[in-house]
Design a protein around this ligand. Structure first.
Ligand SMILES: Nc1nc2c(ncn2[C@@H]2O[C@H](COP(=O)(O)OP(=O)(O)OP(=O)(O)O)[C@@H](O)[C@H]2O)c(=O)[nH]1
Ligand SMILES: [Mg+2]
Length: 460
């Protein structure tokens, strides 16, 4: 679509100087020349306004005729994009959401097994000796605990194979993607999926009775998980394990995809994931996933939404561009809790700063000039918990110095900051864009559904 300046060139080439409109009058202009010029300018303005109106109504008409509404979920990694997508599915297409239970069960099991294997790896690491323990003889009790742990480790060894089998389900070898066997200490349970591939393949395999080998593999894995249930609980509850995690400064319970405190339920034979479990599951998106949601709810029945869920880490943002064309709605996820965290993929970069930078790029992107913008200030529950636990916002955001370190003031500061960036950078053509903002906790389905279903911004 041509921009305003190029349209003006079309109607009034002689009077255009650079991008300034209207152009400055010539110094030696006579009265009649001035009248003529003004008349021309008014004419050009009329044409311009008519073009604006035509574009507006054309866009509305296109939207009306379009078979589906195109929505893109944008934001940095772990901001909650895929979790919001799950909320959409749960709220507007519950039948298809429930049909994916089996897939989510495998993701949750993989999250769980990766946490266990991470702990087992940590136990194999020689423990850093503290000055007080150095040279001290080991007590019989200490030896007994060490022996118990050794046996526990041996009994849990089959979970390595389970991790291997489940990982191959998400990254089948024929796709040529090499799933990383490495555990990231800040994201021990994390599982990745390439958009439009492994994860759907898994779903197909589950449904395809001819794929006996694949189904057997999955059932075997579930049997092993069930057999390891009590040992997984003992491992997590072991004081040695807790001490080792503390020494390495790892808090698994604060990480995404943590299920170790629910082992007895999740590893049981007839486990069916609850919507809450599904929302807590962590599956890193790689690339861009397209989700077609056909509304099942009474008011919207039959309407179709095409939702694009993108991988948010820095290295993946370059692939977003082709999907930003002709977008109806941008939903940007800004996690408000990240002020004291570095970016996982670039430890020197603060996550809040990265989020501001990304928001600036999205706000100023001309491809999105006529899309509706919704800003979800997500993870408000984690922000509340961090501030309550004493994390000082002003230590990381120096311009906040001297203000109260409470949820109300910090969240207001963040909201104002995001709104002002949008205000400064939004394109003013075809017309200044409105921004809808909401605070969300995407794992709270009830609160999120209130935002998604009642929000003026999301009634397309
Ligand atoms: N406590 C809390 N956890 C959340 C919230 N929103 C999302 N999460 C969790 O954060 C983790 C990451 O969320 P995702 O939706 O996978 O993040 P994403 O933006 O899709 O990340 P990428 O796919 O890597 O780009 C998941 O385990 C979610 O359960 C929230 O508001 N509060
Ligand atoms: Mg995702």
């Amino acid at each position: 679509m041509p921009d305003r300046s190029s349209r003006i060139v079309g109607v009034s080439t002689q009077v255009r100087v650079g991008n300034i409109w209207p152009p400055p009058p010539p110094v030696d202009e006579t009265e009649s020349e001035k009248a003529h010029r003004l008349e021309k300018e008014i004419e050009a303005l009329k044409v311009n306004n008519a073009i604006d109106q035509a574009i507006d109504s054309d866009r509305l008409e296109r939207r009306r005729r379009k078979a589906s509404t195109k929505i893109v979920l944008l934001g940095q990694a772990e901001s909650g994009k895929s979790t919001i997508l799950k909320n959409f599915q749960l709220l507007f297409a519950p039948k298809s959401f429930n049909a994916e239970e089996g897939v989510w069960k495998a993701v949750i099991h993989l999250n769980l097994v990766r946490s266990v294997n991470f702990v087992l790896d940590l136990l194999q690491d020689p423990s850093p000796r503290t000055p007080s323990s150095a040279g001290r003889p080991r007590t019989p009790n200490c030896n007994q605990t060490a022996n118990e742990l050794r046996f526990l480790t041996m009994r849990l060894a089959p979970l390595r194979q389970v991790e291997h089998i489940l990982t191959r389900r998400f990254c089948p070898p024929e796709l040529g993607i090499n799933p990383s066997g490495q555990y990231h200490r800040d994201r021990a349970s994390e599982v990745s999926v390439r958009g439009l591939s492994g994860w759907k393949t898994l779903l197909k395999l589950r449904r395809n009775p001819q794929n006996n080998a694949a189904s057997d593999d999955l059932e075997d894995s579930q049997r092993v998980i069930e057999a390891c249930k009590d040992d997984m609980t003992s491992l997590w509850e072991s004081s040695v394990v807790q001490a080792r995690l503390k020494k390495h400064n790892v808090r698994l319970q604060d990480q995404s995809g943590f299920f170790l405190s629910d082992v007895s339920r999740i590893a049981s034979k007839n486990y069916i994931p609850t919507p809450d479990d599904i929302l807590h599951a962590r599956l890193q998106t790689v690339g861009v996933e397209e989700h077609r949601i056909i509304m099942e709810t009474e008011a919207e029945r039959g309407q179709e939404w095409l939702i694009y869920d993108v991988g948010g880490s820095k290295g993946q943002r370059a692939v977003w561009a082709p999907f930003l064309d002709d977008v109806d709605v941008v939903i940007f996820l800004a996690p408000v809790s990240v002020f004291n965290q570095p970016l996982a993929e670039d430890k020197k970069m603060n996550r809040l700063l990265d989020c501001f930078e990304l928001w600036k790029q999205i706000c100023g992107n001309p491809l999105l000039a006529s899309a509706q913008f919704v800003l979800l200030l997500n993870k408000i529950d984690i922000l509340a918990a961090k501030l309550k636990a004493g994390a000082m916002f002003s230590k990381y955001v120096t311009s906040y110095k001297g203000q109260a370190n409470d949820l109300e003031n910090v969240s207001y500061y963040l909201k104002t900051k995001y709104i002002s960036i949008h205000q400064q950078l939004r394109p003013i053509t075809p017309k200044p864009r409105k921004l809808y903002t909401h605070f969300t906790c995407a794992i709270d389905t009830r609160a999120t559904s209130a935002v998604l279903s009642r929000s003026e911004s999301l009634s397309f």
